[in-house]
Design a protein around this ligand. Structure first.
Ligand code: E4P
Length: 297
């Protein structure tokens, strides 16, 4: 599984790059905003273009940059602009296109898909963003996207808020909880109603049959594997190490992971405790062995 770092913060990118485990970078307008605010508060006056060039140079792997338009014409024009401006820096630019740019009912829903098709035809690699369903991922693959990014953390947020469960942004959540609550509600209904099916069918806490973000990734992988689709799946909106483990077990191609979660992946209380104990237990004779080695070199 490849690891992309989900940030536009050059300090985080540079540090994680030194760990030797980063295969790419994903940015979005919110991450760029956060990075710009950090730069401004530090009095750094580097311009946007120079800053993005720095990000492209920092990693020898795909760097996703997102467009801002909503119509297919705007998306394609902006994608070409970003690609022409930055791809020559390190030959690693991928353009993030929202799967559907509609912001309300009635807005045209296929502008993203049309843009993906046009860009794929021109040979510009697309990372399809804001993917919340497996059918969106299927359409993106059919349009020729190089990558799709299912937002598993945001699906968890959506399901939890419908259930009225309060949670912290980085909390782990899994489908068992939703299914248990749903089962309980069904049992309550069972006692009340005589014409059972219609009433029971109303008790559905899933998001179109998906009970958490992990299941969304699983469903997309199942479809892509069934049809041997070449589009790579990037597990995105990852909030904790537990989710990383679950998507890795499924054989997801890539996970894009925030800096703090990559750090969580390497940490464990017993590892720290073990380190303290091993360090304490180093006897003088053993310590001298390393000093001797040092002298020989
Ligand atoms: C990835 O492509 C997205 O930019 C990112 O994972 C979104 O994560 P969030 O839901 O934590 O904002």
């Amino acid at each position: 599984m490849k690891i992309f770092i989900d940030t536009a913060d050059i300090d985080e990118i540079t540090e994680a790059q030194q760990w030797g485990i980063v295969d790419g970078v994903t940015t979005n307008p919110s991450l760029i905003k956060k990075a710009v605010e950090k730069l401004k508060s530090a009095g750094d006056t580097i311009g946007m273009e120079a800053y993005i060039r720095k990000i492209c140079k920092a990693v020898d792997g795909p760097v996703s940059l997102e467009v801002k338009g909503t119509t297919a014409t705007e998306l394609v024009k902006e994608a070409e602009l970003l690609y022409n401006k930055f791809n020559h820096v390190n030959n690693n630019v991928v353009i993030k296109i929202p799967v559907n740019t509609a912001m309300k009912t009635g807005d045209e829903p296929f502008e993203g898909i049309k843009a993906i098709k046009a860009l794929a035809t021109r040979g510009i690699p697309v990372n399809t963003t804001l993917v919340m369903t497996a059918t969106q991922a299927l359409l993106a693959a059919k349009a020729g996207a190089a990558y799709v990014s299912p937002f598993l953390g945001r699906i968890d947020d959506y399901i939890r808020s419908r259930l009225g469960i309060s949670h912290g942004k980085m909390d782990f959540f899994d489908s068992t909880i939703t299914r248990l609550i749903e089962e309980e509600k069904r049992r309550e209904k069972e006692g009340e109603v005589s014409s059972r099916y219609g009433e029971m069918a109303e008790v559905d806490y899933s998001d179109g049959g998906i009970y958490d973000g992990i299941e969304l990734v699983e469903s997309i992988l199942k479809i892509y594997r069934a049809y041997d689709m070449k589009t790579k799946v990037i597990a995105a909106s990852v909030r904790n190490a537990h989710q990383v483990r679950r998507v890795a077990e499924m054989g997801v191609d890539i996970a894009t992971i925030p800096f703090a979660v990559i750090k969580e992946m390497v940490s464990h209380y017993k590892t720290e405790e073990g380190m303290r104990k091993f360090t304490e237990d180093v006897v003088e004779e053993y310590r001298q062995l390393f000093e001797d080695t040092g002298r020989q070199q």
